[in-house]
Design a protein around this ligand. Structure first.
Ligand SMILES: [Zn+2]
Length: 235
């Protein structure tokens, strides 16, 4: 009996890992079809819709930007029942986004969570501008450079306490990128995906537990408007 239990215990984990990798490969294959203009638009027919009336069993959750040019089902050439999407401007994580993703992990048992940024993200532009304004106001001190220097030293805190959610989330990513001497817009986008994953893991016990139990894999990616391809990010 013990052996049987052991096998049962090990096998599902192995299957879940395989499922996550297979799902990610399938999504990337769909993206290649889309980028090449050979999209198949799978699982979008009436029969599929009818089989999904009473249940859903998506393989992946996608946290993506709301940008009208980045719809996950189209970008990954997927269909009904494939992806559980959460989309906010700049794929910002707030309580609602987090609760939705936790539902996907805990109740729908998705094995893959994709955080999808993209080329030409307006949220990054906005956050970078707001960050510049914050820095200008922090250092615009007629009393001298000493105060300005100390204002820069606690800039992290000022960003974290900012009224604008765009500044608190995306702005923090832009600041972290600049601290690493990255100045390109596309690098801001990549760092923001990394920062978003970090935030998801830090803030969510549900996600932490799923990762620890090998029930979930998180991947970061950046969609390129110019080529239609999804760039897989490694951190
Ligand atoms: Zn965007």
């Amino acid at each position: 009996m013990d052996d049987a239990f052991e096998t049962q215990d090990v096998q599902p984990q192995f299957e879940r890992e395989t499922t996550a990798n297979a799902t990610w490969s399938r999504l990337l294959a769909g993206n290649r079809r889309f980028a090449q203009g050979k999209a198949e638009h799978p699982w979008q027919d009436a029969t599929t819709r009818e089989t999904l009336i009473d249940r859903q069993n998506p393989d992946a959750a996608v946290l993506a930007c709301s940008d009208s040019r980045v719809p996950p089902e189209i970008v990954f050439d997927s269909g009904l029942g494939d992806l559980f999407d959460v989309r906010t401007a700049g794929q910002i994580v707030d309580d609602a986004a987090l609760a939705s993703l936790e539902y996907a992990v805990a109740k729908l048992h998705v094995s893959l969570l994709v955080v999808l940024g993209h080329e030409g993200c307006g949220a990054i532009d906005t956050a970078a501008r707001k960050l510049d304004e914050l820095i200008a106001s922090a250092t615009d001190d007629p009393a001298g450079s000493l105060e300005a220097a100390s204002a820069m030293a606690d800039l992290d805190e000022r960003i974290a306490e900012a009224e604008s959610i765009m500044l608190r989330t995306v702005g923090m990513s832009v600041w972290q990128a600049r601290e690493a001497e990255l100045e390109a817009h596309e690098d801001f986008e990549r760092v923001h995906v990394a920062h978003t994953i970090e935030e998801l893991v830090t803030r969510s016990e549900v996600i932490q537990e799923a990762l620890a139990a090998d029930r979930l894999m998180i991947v970061g990616a950046r969609y390129q408007l110019s080529t239609g391809k999804v760039e897989v990010l490694s951190f």
